[in-house]
Ligand binder design. Sequence first.
Ligand SMILES: Nc1ncnc2c1ncn2[C@@H]1O[C@H](COP(=O)(O)OP(=O)(O)OP(=O)(O)O)[C@@H](O)[C@H]1O
Length: 670
Amino acid sequence: MGKNYSVNPNDYKLLEEVGYGASATVYRAIYLPSNEVVAVKCLDLDRCNSNLDDIRREAQTMSLIDHPNVIKAFCSFVVDSNLWVVMPFMAEGSCLHLMKIAYPEGFEESAIGSILKETLKALEYLHLHGHIHRDVKAGNILMDSDGVVKLADFGVSACMFDRGDRQRSRNTFVGTPCWMAPEVLQPGTGYDFKADIWSFGITALELAHGHAPFSKYPPMKVLLMTIQNAPPGLDYDRDKRFSKSFKEMVAMCLVKDQTKRPTAEKLLKHSFFKNAKPPELSVKKLFVDLPPLWKRVNDLQVKDAAQLALKKMASADQEAMSQSEYQRGVSAWNFDVEDLKLQASLLQDEDEIQEIKEEEDSLKSYMSQKVASNSMVKPVATSNNNGSLNKALCFVSRGKTNGNEVPVLESQTNEEKVSESDLTEFDNKVETDLKKGESNAELPPSMVENEAAQAKTRNQTGRPRQSQSGPLMPGTVLSHSLCEIENHQVADKAQQVRKAPSFSGPLNLPNRASGNSLSAPIKSSGVAFAPVVIFLGFQPQNQSPKEIGNSNGLASILMPHLQNLFQQTSIQQDLIVNLLSSLQTVEVENAPQNGKLPPLPRGSESNGSVELFVSERERMLLMKISELQARMNSLTDELTAEKLKYMRLQQQLNAASVRQENGDTRGGDS
Ligand SMILES: Nc1ncnc2c1ncn2[C@@H]1O[C@H](COP(=O)(O)OP(=O)(O)OP(=O)(O)O)[C@@H](O)[C@H]1O
């Protein structure tokens, strides 16, 4: 479209919401001067980390894009604290939405072939022009009612979240890594446009099954599984409905060695794509009989809200029963109640326990490898702010351009290393938090905080937000592997308690988040997931040996302490579970009926026995309480001792690094 679009927000009438992601809400809108339907993506700049120059550059890049399979920005401009990006309206929304509403098991092969072929053409174009998309997934493949397929989310949002910030700013990563190639997730390796080919392969599986592989797992686990497991693929037995050539094509994309993956150009020559039908034949029919996009989006939101309400109702009784004990027990150990509940709701189903047990072993070995490497994995909170985003930004697309004019994105390698200041910053934070008695401060952000942040965003755009990732679960992921040896018994018991269906405390909430919630931009479980930021020890290809050496030293000193901290936390968590379970046992022993204490005998003739009964009952309860108190006290002492030990180690570590620095300086001087 060669026409100019105005940058005056009053020229756009926003209609229904047709989608929302981690940071943006997309509306169907009318461009009033020409009465044309467009899509307006409202990006919340307060939630973005990039500076205005980056945004401007990327807005320009996005508007210079000129390919039938890549969504182009007509123009973009700042409205209050939002960046509005005006683009063509894709009336059938994303493949992800479509699967969620009508094809939960995925599409049939002919539709998949067409969708993927169009997407691959988009990637071929981007790669030839020096771009890496970095966010290829079903949620970013859009369709219009004629069956036209376009790849979205390249450009402005890519700049703000995918390039520097969402995935890897300051070595952090936010969101689910389901689509990310191993080399993107793995410390110490560089990546290039072949990372898109991996994501493309994952997207193929997503379209085939209705969800991405590993999508039901929390981000940290997905990360480890991507790095350590054999690549996912279409199973020759289970996926009988798919052709050999489809399976082969997926296998070609999902090769861990990036150099062995084909280019988009080469892949397009594969027989799977040669035989793909035109999208107007195979894609268009997917929407027949479906309500309009905004109605579908609304239905999904209603469904999600209903799920949330159900979940809340199911846990309301349990919460009422045990909230006070729970709160008391938990706060004593500085756990965040909402996080624990969230973790509990994610506890594995019976049939996954075996699977997860096996993975714990590999996780354990991975963590011990980390001790000796320069990488560290830790949850951190992010809070980056742009002070200067209120300045007007405006870029208007002025028609076509040839590919050579498309600016090439900057190299990011300089942003990719773990700096010592990052480590020290984290260190200091842990220490301060320990001093304050807030050891969870950098663990998954509390739901309360998260809700507050979300409420803020809601005010700004008038819509609820959803973060896309599950929580990092030190208790359920890291702790099992780290505590196994020293705390084998406790862990076993805790595991039993977690499995027990009758456990009344909120730690045992029965529902887990649905798999889709990890991969989808829609709240399928109703749980507002705290965005998880995983600290990755990214090591740029051009990092100097000295830098590597320094971070190696610090990381290998720090790692055991951090492991120790995790270990302590999980031991405490398991002990709390045990305490709660003991409490319940007492109740059950004393109350064979309905979990209540036995009714007191009635009538004057039984007064003596009532007294006897009551005192016996009281005596038992008091005994149990004092027993529990004693255990609590000793645990508190243990914790305090551990904290002291940690702080001492911390001081030693600081002193050592000062010495090392001094030594370095002296060495440099001489
Ligand atoms: N041009 C468009 N026409 C119709 N629907 C759109 C359009 N652009 C986006 N959407 C819908 O809005 C959803 C969210 O958009 P988008 O992915 O760009 O937001 P985001 O915040 O960048 O999300 P994420 O970070 O999850 O990729 C998409 O999944 C899609 O369903």
